[in-house]
Design a protein around this ligand. Structure first.
Ligand code: ZN
Length: 148
């Protein structure tokens, strides 16, 4: 658990399945029933074909860093206590247009605090893990993989 960080609401019908998945260490994305395209973040309608029906499908959780930052002060007080840390935008291997943000870890279930930006680079392989932020919120985090 991490104290005092602002947490998302997990009971919105648009994305509640996503949050249920993260609690089970699964990365679930909406998949359009008409065109089959996956989308993130969750939304009511497919951005490609405007169809509303969808399923939820688990994706691999593997991807590459598309961008990252090492936030500096001033930060919200809850994040100030965590620095240094790195937050990455990761493109999933299933579809590079699917990008998910999260903190970078050296190892599964590792610490957010203490990750050095000098060890992170664009294109680096990562895999998802999940960190409990409260009893009903687990957030995806990205574990650095050894070089290709
Ligand atoms: Zn579609």
């Amino acid at each position: 658990m991490i104290d005092n960080i602002p947490l998302p609401a997990t009971d919105d019908p648009i994305d509640s399945e996503y949050w249920k998945g993260t609690l089970k260490s699964k990365l679930l994305l909406q998949c359009c029933r008409r065109c089959g395209r996956k989308r993130f973040p969750p939304r009511p309608m497919c951005p490609d074909c405007q169809h509303a029906d969808h399923t939820w499908e688990e994706v691999s959780g593997r991807g590459r860093i598309w961008s990252f930052t090492a936030p500096q002060s001033p930060l919200l007080p809850a994040f100030e206590a965590l620095k240094p840390y790195v937050t990455a935008l990761v493109q999933l291997e299933e579809d590079p247009s699917l990008r998910i943000v999260g903190p970078v870890l050296y190892e599964p279930r590792g610490n957010i605090q203490g990750v050095e930006a000098s060890r992170v680079y664009i294109g680096q392989k990562v895999s998802v893990t999940f960190k409990d932020y409260s009893e009903d919120v687990a957030m995806p985090c990205w574990v650095l993989q050894s070089d290709n």
